[in-house]
Design a protein around this ligand. Sequence first.
Ligand code: ATP
Ligand code: MG
Length: 269
Amino acid sequence: MNSINLENSEIIQVVFFILLAFLSMFLVLVLFFYFSRKKIVQIEVEKKNIEIENQKKILQNTIETQEEERKRIAQDLHDDISSKLNIVSLNTHLLRTPNLKDEELNEITQNIIELTKKALENSRRIAHDLLPPVLEKFGLHSGIEELVFECNSSKSVTVEYFNSSTKESLESLSAGTQLHVFRILQELINNSLKHGKAKKITISLENISNQVKLLYQDDGLGFNRNDDEVKAGIGMSNIASRVTIINGESQIFSKPNEGFQFQLIFAYE
Ligand SMILES: Nc1ncnc2c1ncn2[C@@H]1O[C@H](COP(=O)(O)OP(=O)(O)OP(=O)(O)O)[C@@H](O)[C@H]1O
Ligand SMILES: [Mg+2]
């Protein structure tokens, strides 16, 4: 009888331990799922936060770009147009002076003609800077050709441009995308001349499936992005904003004394 009781209590103990083991395993599993779920949610939240931060930066950059652009246009209008029109106005009033000699009349009229001509030229230049007419009329390829021609005529640098992308691929780009790519190239060239003191620049456009690949390189001084001397200007961050706006992907390669390379890939419709 005693031995039966002993066996029963042993069985109860075994069952109890098995139950306890299952319960512990269950608990461990629940805890494991709870914490891994929490981790996943945390990673998702962090990702979303980074996305929001990036969007905020782009918005900030866009606003800064607009402000810079407005400042520049205001300066150009003030220095190149308003000042000239002011003198034209003064000269026109002078014409009312009684008993003007022929010589004086001639001089004043000549002044008015020359200043009006300059004001007209300047307003044309300002308008062209805002939206290069060649880009609007003939598209990105011709815009780049003109840019390259202007740089080469300065004789301080040689720019080579190769375009193997199809006409249709470039024509299907929106006017906005074409302008963004054009502005990116303008800034890259500015930097190559200003910082890299480059002597040779190569620009190429090609198609990869339904995308356009832009490759830009210079043979200048190059730089190391982590270097303290390399100050983040507005130029490179504008480029980054423009790349995001056109849904492109870009990469920069540069090392001191090894030139600078920029690659941009973006889709065409
Ligand atoms: N092609 C290049 N060769 C050598 N250094 C470059 C080149 N492009 C950029 N850099 C370095 O990167 C820095 C940041 O360039 P970024 O265009 O942002 O500013 P910036 O040209 O100094 O000023 P901003 O463009 O606002 O007038 C430059 O100051 C320069 O040190
Ligand atoms: Mg710059």
